[in-house]
Structure formats: C-alpha cells, structure tokens
Ligand binder design. Structure first.
Ligand SMILES: Cc1cc2nc3c(=O)[nH]c(=O)nc-3n(C[C@H](O)[C@H](O)[C@H](O)COP(=O)(O)O)c2cc1C
Ligand SMILES: [Mn+2]
Length: 450
C-alpha cells in the first residue's frame, strides 16, 4: 500500500508538529511555515481540528531535501538525483483495481459541495480560497496518454473553480486540442496521495510519459488506480479526496490574483473554468495542502525532479558538468553549475544547453569545482574574482519564458549566461595553509573549546 497515510506513519514523531486545538485555517498554516522557515525549521504540520471543518489538514511535507529524498526512496539528499533517474529510466506502469478507499464516499449532482472541504486562503491578496495541492490528472485527446501536473484552483462556489494553466505544460496542450474540437477536457483533481506521486506530478518529462509510471518507478511497484465515477480518468485508489470534472472549452473567467512561486501575487492567468461533476473521498479523509508562494516546499516540489532531469541532460553532453543547483533566492529563474573545466568555451556550451533545456531560466552562472554552488557567498566570490562583464557574459534577448515573471514582457525574457570560471591566463592562486597548521589549530581549539 502506498498512500499519504502510510508515508506520514513512517515519519519520526519529531518531524511532525501537531496542532490539537481548533485553529483558524485561513492564513495560519502559511504564517506558521514562513515563521518556521526563518528559524530554519521544516516540520510537517498537522492540524487536527481546523475551525469549521470535519477533517484534519496536513501541510509542509516537501519543505526539505532530506524528506524529499526519503519520499523518493533515496538514502539521503545527495543520492536524490541518482534515485530519481533510476525511476525515470525504469518506469513501472500503474495497475487497475476494482475499488479503493478513495471512493468510500461519493457525492454527485446536487450533493456536490466543495465548500465543505478545508480549502483555505494562503496570502493576503489571494482572490479567494485556493486548492494549490491538487494533482490534475487528464488524458491526451489524441493518444490517450495520461498526464499529471499541478494547477491552481480558485474556489468559486459549490461546484466551480477558476484555473490557471500558465506554465503552458501538457495539460494546456491537451486543453487546446480538445477546445479545437469544441470538447471539454475531463480532469480529476487528486488531493492527498503518496508523496512520490506528487514528486512525479511535479516533473517535466516528455508528453508521451505517464507520470504515474515514474511514481511506480520511485515506489518500486505499480500505483493502484481506480476508474473515476463520472469521467474517463483513473486516480490512485489510496488517495484521500478526488474532485472529478471538466475544464470548459469555451468559457473564460477572471481568476486570481494568487501568491505565486515568484514571491508575488499575480493576476496573470489563462482564465480557465473547471466545473465539478463528483467528489469522492475516504470516509475519514485527510486534506493535504501545499504552502504556496516562494515557500521552501513550493519551490522544492517544483524543482527537485527538474534539477535531476536537467542535470542528467547536461551531463550526457558535457560529462565535465559536476552539479546543478537552482537556488531558493532565484525562485525558478536562476541556476548555478559546477564545471570541471577542461577547455575554454566549455562554460558557454553548458550555458546554451541549459537555457535550451529550461525555459524558466533567466540567469545561469558556471563556476569551477572549488566553488560551492550551494553557498551563494561562494558564488559571489567567484563573480568578484574570476569574471569580467565585457567578455564573460552573454545575453539572449526575447526568449519564451514563464509568464509569471513579473518583469517578463509578452511572455518573453532575456537570458544571461555568466562564465565565472578561471580563464587560461589567470595568474593567481587561492590562498591556502599548510595542512599541519590547520590540524594544529583544530587541536588547540579542541582543548580550549571542547
Ligand atoms: C506546487 C506547484 C504548483 C503549481 N501550480 C501551477 C499552476 O497553478 N499553473 C500552472 O500552469 N503550472 C503550475 N505548476 C507547474 C506545473 O504543474 C509543473 O511544471 C508540471 O510538472 C508540469 O507538468 P507537465 O510537464 O506534465 O505539463 C505548479 C507546480 C507545482 C510544483
Ligand atoms: Mn507531462
């Protein structure tokens, strides 16, 4: 069995912060998570009795790389890429089952009311209550290949949501093709499933790949799926809650603003409308939330699989690329690359490849191996001492980008590539100490300050 609950049960107690007392759900989980982040703490939050609702809420599961590694089945954060790629290269297709707990309770027709779910407000300027944690499962209208991804859903009443498909991913492509035929696109929104399924949904893999296959690869066994009640879509049998419905072909409505990964509230939206046909759930479900904005969990969920996937594509072409980091400060727009440079011009080669692989990127910096790409002070030191702006950078104007960048114009942005590696006529050595001196210092300090 692979469910949200089995994963939560596997967590040590000290990793879960439980709130037994009633709690106001609007804004409070977001405020808690942001306060905890300031203290560099990343526990899972569990609210047993949110005010006005009859089910617990869990959030902040993806807030650190160690937990994400465990979700993927990797021994530690350093092995995540390897584990991810093994799953990507050894997918395990899901298995159909007759029934599952996700359909213990079924609401259709007039019985549907999504307002009874603990869907909350996250940031001050949000247009309303949002589901940010729904995995949208749909099918390619031509090939039937399933797709999993996240799209924000603004609750607009008993059975209606606004949606934004702004990342122009596979569901956008599916919706456009359905719309051309005058057809709505059937979509099931999964709230609360084994977090490996969430990691797979956040991955950007080829359109021909069903992300459930990658989730199976991570779990080492097929994900069990059941047929939805009112649409031709399959969902995890062990999920907590599923909302079945359709993205309308020919209706556009205002949607947003919503606090996005960029750290800004944004109106930019594809203005889609999702109409609900059924809600199915466990008898006693857990509502699963993701803290949006530029929280650690939102950024890491969008980034971990991408980092592994993009790094592998870089390494295939340039084996001297040693590591890739998308820093939190850059939301999804910046990346740092570690290169064991063997020839002049290699950094530019890596940069061109990187910009081609990831349209979100606006700034990428390549550094030598002695620079720690997880330490931004080190990156700035490399810029200060190994980089000249007149020769070591290039800018490509007007490239397709993610429209949520508030500074983007017409869905385009400039790409800046920086080569901050040592050039061949560089004639300085980094200061260093004899190793014995370091040992002496350590021993002396150990005596004085054990
Ligand atoms: C937590 C989270 C929320 C997201 N919200 C949205 C959204 O509201 N709209 C959107 O178009 N993309 C959103 N994305 C991005 C896509 O869901 C994501 O890039 C996905 O992997 C795309 O899948 P695809 O390659 O199958 O299209 C979100 C990603 C994450 C991780
Ligand atoms: Mn996809």
């Amino acid at each position: 069995m692979a469910s949200l609950r089995t994963f939560l049960d596997s967590l040590p107690d000290e990793e879960i912060l439980r709130f037994e007392e009633p709690i106001e759900l609007d804004y409070t989980p977001t405020a808690l998570v942001l306060e905890l982040e300031k203290q560099q703490k990343f526990p899972v939050l569990r609210f047993e009795s949110p005010n006005g609702y009859d089910m617990p809420v869990v959030a902040n599961l993806f807030a650190n790389r160690d937990r994400i590694a465990r979700i993927a089945g990797a021994p530690d954060a350093a092995s995540f890429n390897e584990t991810w790629l093994r799953a990507e290269n050894n997918p395990i297709p899901p298995r159909m089952v007759e029934s599952g707990p996700v359909q213990e309770v079924v609401f259709t027709g007039d019985d549907v009311d999504v307002q009874t779910l603990p869907i909350s407000r996250h940031f001050k300027a949000d247009a309303g209550r949002y589901i940010g944690s729904g995995i949208l499962v749909c099918k390619d209208p031509d090939t039937g290949v399933r797709n999993l991804s996240f799209q924000r859903l603004q609750m607009k009443g008993r059975n209606r949501f606004g949606a934004s498909l702004h990342s122009r991913g596979h569901i956008w492509d599916h919706w456009l093709r359905a719309q051309k035929r005058g057809k709505n696109l059937e979509v099931a929104v999964v709230i609360g499933a084994h977090p490996a399924i969430y990691l797979a949904a956040g991955a950007k893999v080829a359109m021909e790949v069903d992300e459930f296959d990658i989730a199976g690869g991570l779990l080492g066994k097929p994900v069990d799926l059941v047929k939805c009640q009112t649409i031709d879509i399959e969902v995890p049998a062990e999920a907590e809650i599923v909302i079945e419905g359709e993205l309308l072909a020919d209706v556009a409505e205002d949607e947003g603003p919503y606090g996005e990964y960029t750290g800004y509230s944004t109106f930019r939206s594809t203005r889609n409308v999702f109409v609900v046909k059924a809600v199915t759930r466990r008898a006693k479900p857990i509502y699963f939330d993701l803290i949006p904005g530029n929280s650690s969990e939102h950024l890491l969920l969008g980034r971990c699989a991408k980092e592994a996937h993009v790094f592998e594509r870089l390494r295939e072409v340039i084996p001297d690329v040693k590591a890739l980091n998308y820093p939190k400060s850059g939301t999804h727009f910046h990346a740092y690359v570690s290169l064991e440079k063997r020839a002049e011009g290699q950094a530019r080669h890596a940069l061109m490849l990187l910009f081609g692989l990831d349209a979100y990127l606006k700034l990428a910096i390549v550094v030598d191996e002695d620079i720690d790409i997880y330490n931004e002070e080190d990156i700035l030191f490399a810029l200060a001492t190994r980089f000249q702006a007149d020769t070591d950078l290039f800018v490509v104007p007007k490239v397709f980008c993610n429209r949520l960048d508030p500074s983007a114009v017409d869905g385009m942005s400039a790409k800046m590539g920086i080569d901050a590696t040592i050039s061949k006529d560089f004639d300085a050595d980094r200061i260093a100490l004899p190793p014995e001196a370091i040992e002496r210092a350590k021993a002396a300090l150990e005596k004085l300050m054990p």
